[in-house]
Design a protein around this ligand. Structure first.
Ligand code: SF4
Ligand code: SF4
Length: 203
């Protein structure tokens, strides 16, 4: 985040127009190659790398590719969300970093609003529930209540390795989400790219 901020000051702070022309961090990005490293979160199994389990710690020999499109789209977007998508974030036990990165997509540098992606402060007005953090039993009823309060149709976005696989703590909801955005935390470009792809946008 700080590197992006410094780059913004150097160039003059402005909303980024071209995502391909930006500073690309090594982590989080798609990893490739082989590694015999004993991954602490079992993200390397039988030579296969699992982007949803990886916490992008950089300790193994897998090479970062700077390809930040580390997300999965598991179904088709309901037609009525094509024009706009209102997202309600739900924290079921984060370290705070996923929240910070998600919030940053609405800052002037990324300006997700220009892509008709909006933040909703209540599930009652939301199209998508974005779940972040480890799954905790005590949050289960809260999640169900939030989902019940949302009008139909609705989608769930799994966000960050904690929600997708349990991350470092190992407790996940074990669900397949409509959209799965990997990273620990996911970065703003990954988040916007994933949502635009789901909306059938340009990226
Ligand atoms: S970057 Fe870290 S978490 Fe990801 S596969 Fe390598 S050791 Fe595992
Ligand atoms: S996925 Fe990583 S950044 Fe997000 S809450 Fe879990 S530990 Fe924190």
């Amino acid at each position: 985040m700080s590197q992006w901020f410094l780059k913004g000051i150097k160039k003059g702070i402005k909303t980024e127009k071209n995502f391909d022309d930006k500073f690309k961090p090594d982590y989080p990005s798609r990893l490739e190659g082989k590694s015999g490293y004993n991954c602490p979160v079992n993200a390397i199994k039988n030579g296969e790398w699992d982007e949803n389990k990886c916490i992008y710690c950089g300790k193994c020999d897998l090479k970062p590719t700077k390809d930040e499109k580390i997300y999965k789209i598991n179904d088709k977007l309901p037609k009525m969300f094509k024009k706009s998508l209102y997202i309600y974030p739900l924290d079921s036990g984060t370290c705070g970093a996923c929240n910070a990165e998600f919030n940053s997509i609405f800052y002037p540098q990324y300006d997700a609003n220009r892509f008709n992606i909006f933040l909703s402060n209540t599930p009652r007005h939301a199209d998508a529930l974005l779940l972040m953090g480890v799954y905790t039993e005590k949050m289960h009823d809260v999640m169900i209540d939030a989902l019940d309060a949302m009008p139909d149709p609705k989608i769930i976005i799994g966000f960050g390795s904690c929600a997708l696989s349990g991350g470092i703590l190992g407790s996940s909801i074990n669900e397949k989400f409509n959209v799965e955005i990997a990273g620990c935390p996911p970065d703003p470009y990954t988040i916007i790219s994933a949502i635009l792809k789901y909306k059938g946008g340009v990226k």
